[in-house]
Design a protein around this ligand. Structure first.
Ligand code: PAF
Length: 298
């Protein structure tokens, strides 16, 4: 997702620097030398600089105010920001575009003066080869402020991202959207991992009552955390997204298949701890988390 947004920013003439996480990523970028994006209209190649976090210095940047789009996995967010803390100032804008919840609070605690925003996207992209992406699905992206920033100020800071050739909108109530996304991820990602299946296969009849119980519990949690904001029917939302992405392998299952870390603590784990903190009983989710913990390396 980072590569896709970097290309859109680059095409809109914004100076883009890709910050890579380790020497292996840098070596692979040097070999590729560009980011290629396959679209229906053909392949486009984008040339812009890339650097390692530890090597980046404020002098390398051609702008005095940086906007940082964080597209790491949720569990790498804080480390990623700490690795470039020497270039962050209270004028920097940080936009976290990931699955999961909980990482935003960690960032806010570590960098209380940094304006942190969140972005939720239903754009679909996958990697065909290192730094060669396929822009597979078009969808909307929603941005919103997280902490106690003023709406208009935050919206202005996100203006560059809202003006790209990719549908992106400002949401004054991004928290509701984040919770609905978390809820959908808890069910689809969780069940696709325990059943070792693609997204659409969770719609099988034998999982029907389990999905209903999971969604009923999620509605109790959402009613409490969103105190009054209207939320969609979660069963309809989960089944709609499972059907729309039926051939996809969920991100958590992909992580399990690759043997890398997963976002379990920021998805199902976060939901269960928030429920516990608020005294809401979620036995079906606790059971799912327990099953996932047996299968998924933390
Ligand atoms: O994490 C994912 O894979 C996606 O957010 C979703 C919606 C479950 C579709 O695969």
């Amino acid at each position: 997702m980072g590569g896709l947004w970097a290309c859109h920013l680059h095409q809109a003439d914004h100076p883009v620097t890709l910050i890579l996480k380790d020497a292996a990523a840098e070596e692979s970028f040097l070999r590729a030398s560009t980011i290629k994006v396959d679209r229906e209209q053909g392949t486009i190649e984008n040339h812009f600089p890339a650097t390692l976090a530890e090597r980046i210095s404020a002098d390398d940047l051609t702008v005095d105010k940086i906007s940082l789009l964080v597209t790491t996995k949720a569990y790498d967010t804080l480390t990623a920001l700490q690795s470039i803390s020497h270039i962050l100032t209270s004028y920097s804008v940080v936009v976290i575009m990931q699955n999961g919840m909980g990482q935003h609070e960690l960032v806010h605690q570590a960098f209380p003066h940094l304006p942190v925003m969140t972005a939720i996207t239903s754009q679909g992209a996958y990697s065909k080869a290192p730094f060669h992406l396929v822009h597979a699905g078009h969808g909307d992206t929603w941005l919103g402020r997280l902490a106690d920033q003023e709406q208009m100020v935050a919206k202005r800071q996100a203006a560059d991202l809202l003006a790209l050739n990719i549908p992106a909108f400002w949401d004054e109530d991004i928290a509701s959207r984040m919770w609905v996304k978390l809820a959908v991820n808890c069910v689809i990602n969780g069940l696709t991992v325990v059943r070792e299946c693609r997204n659409g296969e969770i719609l099988a009849t034998e999982l029907h009552s389990r999905i209903i119980r999971l969604c009923d519990e999620l509605e109790l949690v959402l009613a409490e955390v969103l105190s009054g904001s209207a939320t969609p029917n979660l069963y309809d939302e989960v089944t709609r997204i499972a059907a729309a992405t039926s051939n996809n392998i969920s991100s958590m299952r992909q992580d399990v298949l690759k043997g890398t870390g997963t976002e379990l603590d920021y998805i199902n784990g976060y939901l269960c701890s928030e429920a516990l903190r608020r005294n809401i009983d979620v036995p079906e989710h606790r059971a799912l988390l327990h099953e996932l913990r047996e299968l998924v390396p933390s």
